[in-house]
Write a protein that binds this ligand. Structure first.
Ligand code: GUN
Length: 289
């Protein structure tokens, strides 16, 4: 048996096309396009690549893309003032402060300052809290993308055993909340978990989000399971080149899983597509309140 590959690239393209239609309808109804503003502090190369990709994706679906770049030594007060300015700007529906922030800035304080109605990352305590207690919220993009892929593959997951590996606020915790809301039986594993292999072996759904290349071994996977690999790890090869790999031993898992996301081309493309969907959702909600 060989797993069905989950084509995140194609699923993301379909979601972007849906968002583009929604954006056109929003423009017709409200006479303006939704706006997403990204704030980047410092010159982290990977962050700059993400921010560039976000801008391009916005333009392709008709969302107005704004960008503010602050120097790496920017004062926290200046960043908070910028967030306040964006909160007050009616043309801005979504605010995304790119993480990680430089160490001298209190990221929790900056995130908490974002208007929850514009928090398209779903990282503010208000949106995280709403998700945790099952209220409608803006949901973090990566887990939201994973959930769409899981639903496409499996349909109804009520009663399924789901294992989330990783307990970050960005992926693990919101992922567990979404799976719980969909009535799966959810386990969260992390660096202190004993017998990870045993947990994986019982799981109908595995979401791996730890950032350790190949940590989940193929032989642990329950036959037929749905495997969602959030990891994006660059590893060095013997010939001096590098390659992107996930947190799951892909070749081993391919032989046992029912469905599996490749890296790259699985979860990655879904994240930005979900960010666009969240921006449209925020714009619609703001336009009707
Ligand atoms: N850095 C890496 N991924 C993300 C993300 O989804 N949102 C933000 N704000 N920063 C990130």
């Amino acid at each position: 048996m060989s797993a069905t590959l989950i084509d995140g690239k194609a699923r993301a393209a379909a979601l972007r096309a849906e968002v583009a239609i929604g954006v056109a309808a929003f423009v017709a109804a409200h006479g303006r396009a939704p706006g997403l503003t990204v704030v980047l502090v410092g010159d982290d190369a990977a962050s700059a690549v993400y921010v560039g990709a976000k801008g391009k994706a916005c333009r392709e679906v008709g969302i107005i893309s704004g960008e503010h770049r602050l120097p790496a030594d920017a004062a926290q007060a200046d960043l908070l003032a910028l967030v306040a300015q964006l909160n007050a700007d009616d043309a801005v529906d979504g605010i995304l402060v790119q993480l990680p922030l430089p160490r001298h800035i209190d990221a929790d304080k900056v995130i908490a300052a974002i208007d929850a109605a514009k928090d398209v990352d779903g990282f503010t305590p208000i949106n995280a809290g709403k998700l945790a207690i099952g209220q409608p919220a803006l949901v973090p993009c990566t887990p939201s993308g994973c959930m769409r892929l899981i639903r496409d593959a499996l349909g109804d997951i009520s009663g399924a055993q789901a294992l989330v590996i990783g307990r970050s606020s960005i992926v693990g915790k919101p992922m567990a909340a979404l799976l719980t809301a969909a009535s799966a039986t959810v386990t969260i594993a992390h660096s202190r978990t004993r017998d990870l292999a045993g947990h994986v072996a019982r799981a109908d759904i595995v979401v791996a989000a730890v950032g350790v290349p190949g940590m989940v071994k193929g032989e642990w996977i329950k036959p037929g399971a749905c495997v969602i690999d959030v990891g994006i790890n660059r590893i060095a090869l013997a010939d001096g080149k590098t390659r992107l790999v996930g947190d799951v031993d892909f070749d081993g898992a391919l032989a046992r899983a029912g469905w599996i996301t490749p890296v790259p081309g699985g979860v990655g493309p879904m994240t930005i597509a979900c960010l666009l969907a969240n921006t449209l959702e925020a714009a619609r909600a703001r336009a009707t309140t």
